[in-house]
Design a binder for this molecule. Structure first.
Ligand SMILES: NC(=O)c1ccc[n+]([C@@H]2O[C@H](COP(=O)([O-])OP(=O)(O)OC[C@H]3O[C@@H](n4cnc5c(N)ncnc54)[C@H](O)[C@@H]3O)[C@@H](O)[C@H]2O)c1
Length: 433
């Protein structure tokens, strides 16, 4: 891969395929399509049908303008034969045992392998463990295509760093990491990705470095959140209001503005396991990473105990116990419910025979029910013994104390996992982390 090939792409003589058009692949395909001929491929027919009609069900992007959406998006894999650069952005979750689930990646790589030609380049954008691109993906490509990495085709890795729901840190505003199997390809990809972001491209010293950098970013967040989750439990035992501690500590210039909370989703609560799996496989240990996961995974139980403790207390002398969970997505301002901890909390409380309503104006009720079996309620319905404010959506900023008083009894407990209502709730028992 070299400048000549970049020029062919810019002249639209060659094409780029983006495989997997979700939160990561869609914005990338749209950015690339501003400069290059792009084949946006996804195996989900419903997703493709919607995208062709200009609908992004993730509600992250407005699909309008001059693009011909029906020719940009396809579920016809045979069109991949027309591509020279393949960028893979499919899910990389963990399985039940918290081991990397590479099934989507394997399928996508196999698909690409069928169409790989000499001179092509395959870039992985999915989050993976260090070594996965060269040791897991490359052999599959070589086997299916009969071509040789380094001789016939090149590979690259460029992790995505967008933050769905965040209009500031969009794809064009974030520095892109790139890495490649050889220097010419690194140069080629650096120039290619400069068309994707205005924030610049950082070429990495090898693919494993870029793979590890992506994991490091999310592990650092996980560890910091775990530390505050642990400290909040410590301060509670010591009789100190944790919210007031964070507020006071944050006045120091080098205090990192993390908050305790439910670390769910498909990045922070998944990526550390990719690294743990790698190090455990060679008999090593990453104690802090492991412990942070344990602390954060324990948060749903901690909140559930708080709910149950209150419901069992004399204050609630009724047999029918009702809980309202405010917020169902895994983080603020998104409709994404993958690994959602509020949903996990709802399921756990329902198992305890507690009546749970969960509300979220951003989340699609049908999708939530399909993904988790949990039913979404439109509005608070009657009075609840406990309200758990689980997600700090911007739309909740307008909620005043009367909103919570109207849907609770005078003896009810408000659990505020966001800390946003610490100065708002005055007339109800209030617990925060
Ligand atoms: N969402 C984020 O904020 C984010 C940020 C950084 C990195 N990532 C990483 O990016 C990768 C993708 O995540 P996402 O959030 O975009 O996932 P997603 O579920 O939103 O989208 C993935 C898309 O890939 C499609 N797909 C699955 N298998 C396929 C196949 N074999 N061929 C073609 N299409 C296929 C799915 O239908 C889906 O539309 C993951 O590795 C994730 O960890 C995500």
């Amino acid at each position: 891969m070299d400048t000549k090939q970049l020029n062919r792409l810019l002249e639209k003589l060659d094409s780029i395929a983006v495989i997997g058009l979700g939160y990561t692949g869609l914005p990338l395909a749209l950015r690339l399509a501003e400069h290059f001929s792009v084949i946006g491929y996804d195996s989900d027919l419903i997703r493709i049908g919607q995208l062709q009609q200009g609908i992004d069900s993730n509600q992250e992007l407005a699909l309008s303008g001059s693009l011909n959406l029906s020719s940009l998006f396809t579920s016809d894999s045979s069109l991949l034969a027309n591509a020279n650069v393949f960028i893979i952005a499919v899910p990389t979750p963990v399985d039940q045992r918290k081991e990397p689930d590479l099934s989507y990646l394997k399928e996508a790589v196999e698909q690409v392998g069928k169409f790989l030609k000499p001179g092509d380049c395959v870039v992985v954008e999915s989050t993976v463990y260090p070594g996965c691109t060269e040791e897991f993906c490359a052999p599959i490509l070589e086997k299916i295509s009969g071509l040789k990495l380094g001789e016939d085709f090149a590979m690259g890795y460029s992790p995505e760093r967008i933050n769905p729901g965040d209009t500031v840190h969009h794809i064009g505003a974030v520095v892109k990491l790139v890495a490649a199997t050889d220097l010419d390809t690194l140069d080629f990809l650096t120039q290619l990705y400069q068309h994707v972001t205005e924030a610049g491209v950082h070429p990495c010293e090898g693919i494993r470095v870029a793979e590890a950098a992506k994991l490091t970013e999310n592990i650092q967040r996980d560890v910091n959140i775990a530390l505050l989750n642990e400290l909040s439990a410590v301060y509670e035992k010591l009789g100190i209001h944790p919210g007031h501690v964070w507020e006071a500590a944050a006045t120091k210039w080098n205090f990192l503005p993390f908050r305790p909370g439910l670390a769910g989703g498909h990045c922070i609560s998944v990526d550390p396991y990719y690294l743990l799996n790698s190090i455990n496989k060679i008999g090593g240990k990453a104690f802090i990473v492991e412990e942070a996961r344990r602390v954060n995974e324990g948060m749903v139980d901690r909140v559930a105990s708080q709910v149950i403790q209150h419901l069992q207390s004399k204050a609630e002398g009724v047999s029918k116990k009702r809980v309202l969970i405010v917020g169902a997505s895994f983080k603020p301002n998104v409709r994404d419910v993958r690994n959602s901890k509020p949903v996990e909390l709802a399921k756990l409380l329902i198992k305890e025979n507690i009546e749970v309503d969960i509300i979220d104006p951003l989340v699609d009720a049908k999708h939530l029910e399909h993904a988790s079996g949990v039913l979404l309620t439109d509005q608070p319905n009657g009075s609840y013994h406990v309200v758990v404010i689980a997600v700090n959506h911007t739309v909740y900023k307008e909620l005043g104390e009367s909103y919570f008083c109207d849907c609770t009894f005078s003896t009810s407990l408000i659990i505020d996992l966001t800390g946003a209502f610490k100065d708002v709730i005055r007339n109800r028992k209030y617990w925060t982390i």
